[in-house]
Design a protein. Structure first.
Length: 239
């Protein structure tokens, strides 16, 4: 089993591939004020945990869900079925087709970086269009050493001021921001922890290594989660 195979053995069919929940989506939609006939891009959608909520927000519109990983697109379609208002397509979230009233990116902007993603998305927003994303950041000035060492895997990780400064430097106005509530983390980690326990007994070495790493991530969050979080940001491009 390759490391990639092991990763997707663990994550396959999980509803979420990162922290978030319906309330966190509702908060962003409330700020963004997408029209009922709006067109929304779910950029880096994973298995599409937020797609149903996005569809509900645009009853007369369309949602385009994009992810590089075809199996996630397949899972999304299998779970939600056929909907004329939904296009689920594999591809680079920085290069969607068409124009959008909202680009929603839950926990996936790190793949491109804030500046690069915002630059790419600017030309895909309709007049008055907005972007809502979340990115990992430090919530305190001196986080515990164990947490800092673990998150060296994300070299670009900064704090709230650093995230907002990147948005503004890219030529965007921040409309609102907040830290993702703890419930959003639980919505991701609780099903993942259950899957870890289910797979542990018969895991071969490569899979066992992946299970250990993901179990450590959950443990770090349980003990030090107050020191970091996902900052949700809703922004619009400056004229």
């Amino acid at each position: 089993m390759t490391p990639e195979d092991a990763f997707f053995t663990l994550h396959s069919t999980l509803e979420r591939e990162g922290p978030g929940d319906d309330e966190s989506l509702a908060w962003a939609l409330g700020v963004a004020q997408v029209p009922p006939s709006g067109r929304v891009l779910d950029a880096g959608c994973g298995p599409g945990a937020d797609v149903a909520g996005l569809l509900a927000a645009v009853p007369d519109g369309q949602v385009v869900a994009m992810d590089l990983h075809q199996p996630y697109i397949d899972e999304l379609v299998a779970r939600l079925g056929v909907d004329a208002r939904l296009r689920a397509v594999p591809g680079d979230m920085r290069a969607p087709e068409g124009m959008f009233d909202l680009i929603w990116c839950a926990g996936a902007i790190y793949n491109a970086g804030i500046a690069e993603a915002l630059s790419a998305w600017r030309s895909h927003l309709k007049p008055g269009g907005r972007v809502a994303f979340s990115d990992l950041g430090w919530r305190i000035d001196n986080p515990p050493l164990e947490a800092r060492e673990f998150w060296t895997r994300y070299p670009a990780m900064t704090d709230r001021a650093g995230i907002l400064a990147q948005v503004e430097a890219a030529g965007w106005r921040v409309l609102a921001d907040r830290w993702l509530p703890e419930a959003g983390w639980s919505a991701y980690y609780e099903p993942l922890a259950a899957r870890l326990a289910h797979l542990r007994a018969e895991a071969e070495p490569t899979l066992a290594g992946i299970l250990d790493e993901e179990a450590r991530e959950i443990d770090i969050w349980r003990r030090h989660g107050s020191s970091y979080g996902y900052l949700q940001v809703v922004a619009e491009p400056l004229a």
